[in-house]
Structure formats: C-alpha cells, structure tokens
Write a protein that binds this ligand. Structure first.
Ligand code: ADP
Length: 248
C-alpha cells in the first residue's frame, strides 16, 4: 500500500551485522490511531526493527517514513526523537527519590532542543499537561509520592507518562508486561489501548495472554521479515507461525 495516511512506514528495510541479516527486506505499515503488537521468537529482529525506527541503527537499504512523508532513513536518533518517536525500553528508569510529578516535569526539562521549546510555547499550561498525563497513567493519587515507592507496574506506567510529556506521535513499547502482576498486566492493556486512540502504538511482546488483551493487529517477525499479520487468532492458526515457535 502507499505510505499516505500512515504513522510509520517501513519499506524493504534490511540491516546486516557482519554479513548476518538481522532485518531482511522488512515492510511494515502502522497507521495513526493504531495499536500494533509485534511478536516473534528470539533473534527474529524485533529489537533491530525498533532500533531502525528510532535511528539507533541505520538501514543498509529501504525506507523509513514518519507521517507518510518525513524520511527518517538518514536522520540521527536525537532528531528522530524530536520529530515525535518515543521509545520505552523494557527496564523502567525513573528517578526513584523524586516524586511522580517531578519525574514528569523532569521528562520535559531533560529535552532542551529548540524544536521542543517551540512545541512547549504552543502548550504553555504545563500543569494541565502533567495532570492529563497523570490521568492517562492512572497515577494521579500517587502524584506526590517518591517514584521509588511505586510498584514495578506503576513505574512502567510512569515511564510511559514521561514519554507522553514529550507529546510523541508514535510510541514504541518493549515488553511492557514483563514482571507485572496479572492485574497490572490487564491495566496496562487498557492504558495502551487508550493511548492508541491518539497515537500510533507499537508493542513488542512475548506474553501471548497480554497480546490477546491488547486485541489488535499482530505482526509476526521471523528472520528479519514479516512472516504473518492479522488478528492473534489468525496468526496463531498459521502453520508457518506454529512451526517457527516450535522451532521446526
Ligand atoms: P529480537 O529482538 O527479535 O530477539 P534482535 O533484533 O535482537 O532480535 O536480533 C536479530 C539478530 O541480529 C540476532 O541474531 C542477533 O544476534 C543479531 N544482532 C542484533 N544486533 C546485533 C549487533 N549489534 N551485532 C551483531 N549481531 C546483532
């Protein structure tokens, strides 16, 4: 399909490390307002895919477009971040001795690029933005507590909140449910679904129960390209996907 209307568009992306093809002609389209789960066995290329989307790794060939038109292929990581791609790594790294609200504020202060300063002038009401993010991540009631007192799951939400302070257009989230309790896991699915109403959200995940909760289109990566795509039931009934997961 054409890149028009997409949030993130990867076309024929390949990346090799010392002759080994981590991504092999990968094409993927994620729309605005879409939640997408990306699954695949270890070594399938999921991390490399996110590295390419954020500019950490440059593709050898192929194209990466934001908003269907901004070519990210040759831009560096800092520039891509200011254009609106936010990435949450697996391990939360919040400032434990600072309050929840201070963490959100620090997420803004840490970014001193002229571009974000411009965006900032357009939304002068910082307090209102913090309040909105606190609601989004369901931590309004813990706003004035040190982040170190939050549960593991709540720290993950706070970190998502820190990303939201930067007003990204695309959110990349790496295994958000890892280490969470069942109740935190289902709340995280609700949170990500809500965020996907106003962002493109791409979730890399191993936990199939969580992927089912996300109730979204699923892309299966294998050997650096897309093996199958569709609903979770659809991809799970694909014999090639079954073979890959069973190592056949
Ligand atoms: P996944 O996240 O799906 O487990 P990765 O993207 O981490 O997969 O890795 C895909 C393949 O590329 C793996 O075989 C991995 O060993 C290899 N790879 C990833 N990064 C590098 C690197 N910097 N140097 C060499 N090989 C790498």
């Amino acid at each position: 399909r054409s890149p028009q209307g997409s949030a993130l568009y990867l076309d024929g992306v390949s990346v090799s490390f010392d002759g080994f093809r981590a991504l092999n002609n990968l094409s993927l389209v994620v729309d605005h307002g879409e939640l997408r789960a990306v699954i695949g066995p270890n070594g399938a290329g999921k991390t490399t895919m996110m590295d390419v989307m954020t500019g950490k790794t440059r593709p050898d060939t192929g194209k990466v477009l934001l908003d269907g038109r901004i070519d990210l292929t040759r831009l560096d990581e800092a520039r891509i971040a200011t254009l609106g791609i936010g990435r949450k790594f697996q391990k939360p790294s919040v400032f434990e001795t600072h309050t929840v609200i201070d963490n959100l504020e620090l997420a803004l202060a840490g970014d001193r690029t002229p571009f974000s300063a411009l965006k900032f002038r357009r939304t002068p009401d910082k307090a209102a933005r913090i309040e909105a993010v606190l609601e989004d991540i369901a931590l309004a009631h813990r706003a004035h507590e040190p982040a170190g007192r939050l549960s593991h799951g709540q720290k993950q939400w706070l970190e998502i909140g820190m990303l939201l302070m930067q007003q990204p257009r695309v959110l990349l989230v790496d295994e958000p449910a890892a280490g969470m309790t069942d109740s935190e896991t289902s709340q995280t699915a609700v949170l990500l679904k809500r965020l996907a109403q106003s962002h493109a959200v791409i979730v890399v995940e191993h936990d199939m129960g969580f992927v089912r909760d996300l109730d979204c289109r699923v892309t299966v990566l294998h050997e650096g390209s897309v093996l199958a795509e569709g609903s979770l039931d659809h991809v799970q009934s694909d014999s090639r996907v079954v073979d890959v997961y069973l190592g056949r």
